[in-house]
Design a protein around this ligand. Structure first.
Ligand SMILES: NC(=O)c1ccc[n+]([C@@H]2O[C@H](COP(=O)([O-])OP(=O)(O)OC[C@H]3O[C@@H](n4cnc5c(N)ncnc54)[C@H](OP(=O)(O)O)[C@@H]3O)[C@@H](O)[C@H]2O)c1
Length: 318
């Protein structure tokens, strides 16, 4: 039987690296994994882990692929010796954190280029062949930050919201082509993501006013708490990709954790957005509740959006 050819972007660390290993070392030996990296000089940890996991020879190959560069994406495609990709995983991404007004134009452009245009470039390179063959699966690393706005993650959330629209639109079109698109919506995951934030954590904070700087400090404390309590291991998240990959009729969305779903649902249950904004504000900046323009009657009760357990630290970046 032919193996399933999988190509993954962003495999130097984190979710991409762990997914590549998980598939290449699968006991079925049915996957051929092309783990792609922006910079092949960063492939050491992947191969080290592959040796430790006993990935069989030929199950894993690395390719250079920078999603910001269409030529690099096209070149990677031509190096897939099987001549086809059965499963494309658009995973490469970069975070950007800090008050909007201090983010540099370069950092904003770079994150949108990687997260949005980079995903578009990758899809444009691989989708036509899948459509022609009337078969294929596309898995995209989504984020709860693509389903709800998170303070100080403005541009990152904008990029992940864009990914939602991109994938949902494609999913509607692709039904008759036998090509399935699934978003793997992740909450916080223990990866190098925080260390690789574009421009470092927070940017040039001096450019922000004192009150915003104080709120940013509070946000960082909140994040730390959320990470301690809720961050998942990338191995756990890789299993969610496997679920999507194996589903006979894949769903558009899979969630690595259900912890943040009540907040996402709050956005839908009150389309005005007031309930979500108030709930998220008080969750993050707990000791300074959001002003409620409609008076206390409109403020959502914690139990309505997930109860006290969620009311503690519901949201993290990413
Ligand atoms: N960690 C979380 O809490 C979390 C939560 C929700 C969603 N996510 C999403 O998960 C995905 C993977 O992130 P991660 O958590 O695994 O963090 P990570 O360890 O930082 O991995 C990100 C990967 O993307 C790669 N990348 C960045 N720019 C690229 C480019 N121009 N071309 C190709 N690859 C590029 C990075 O490569 P370099 O090392 O070369 O930069 C790295 O391999 C991202 O899309 C992120 O938005 C993460």
């Amino acid at each position: 039987m032919d193996c399933t050819v999988v190509l993954i972007t962003g495999c130097s660390s984190g979710i991409g690296l762990h997914l590549a290993l998980r598939l290449a070392s699968d006991p079925s030996r049915s996957f051929k994994v092309y783990a792609t990296l922006r910079d092949l000089r960063a492939q050491g940890p992947l191969w080290e882990a592959a040796r430790a996991r006993g990935c069989p020879p030929g199950s894993l190959e690395t390719l250079q692929m920078d999603v910001r560069d269409a030529d690099s994406v096209a070149a990677a495609r031509t190096r897939v010796t099987e001549g086809r990709v059965d499963v494309l995983v658009c995973n490469a991404g970069r975070g950007l954190l800090g008050p909007l007004e201090v983010l540099t134009a370069g950092a904003v452009a770079s994150v949108l280029d990687v997260n949005v245009a980079g995903t578009v470039r990758t899809l444009q390179a691989f989708l036509p062949d899948m459509k022609r063959r009337r078969s294929g699966r596309i898995l995209v690393t989504g984020s709860m930050g693509g389903l709800m706005g998170l303070p100080f993650n403005t541009v990152y959330c904008a990029s992940k919201f864009a990914i939602e629209g991109l994938c949902e639109s494609l999913a509607v079109l692709l039904q008759p082509f036998g090509v399935h698109v699934s978003l793997i919506e992740c909450g916080p995951v223990h990866t190098a993501f925080q260390e690789k934030l574009e421009g470092g954590p927070g940017g040039q904070l001096d450019g922000a006013d004192a009150e915003t700087r104080e709120l940013f400090s509070r946000y960082l404390r909140h994040c730390e708490q959320v990470y301690c309590e809720a961050a998942q291991d990338p191995e756990e998240v890789a299993e969610v990709f496997l679920t999507a990959l194996r589903a006979p009729r894949p769903a558009l969305r899979y969630f690595s954790t259900e912890r943040f779903l009540p907040l996402a649902q709050l956005r839908l249950s009150d389309p005005s957005g007031c309930s979500y904004v108030a709930a998220m504000h008080s969750a993050v900046f707990a000791d300074e509740p959001a002003e409620d323009p409609d008076g206390p009657g409109r403020r959502p009760e914690p139990e309505k959006w997930g109860g006290p357990e969620l009311g503690a630290p519901p949201a993290a970046p990413q």
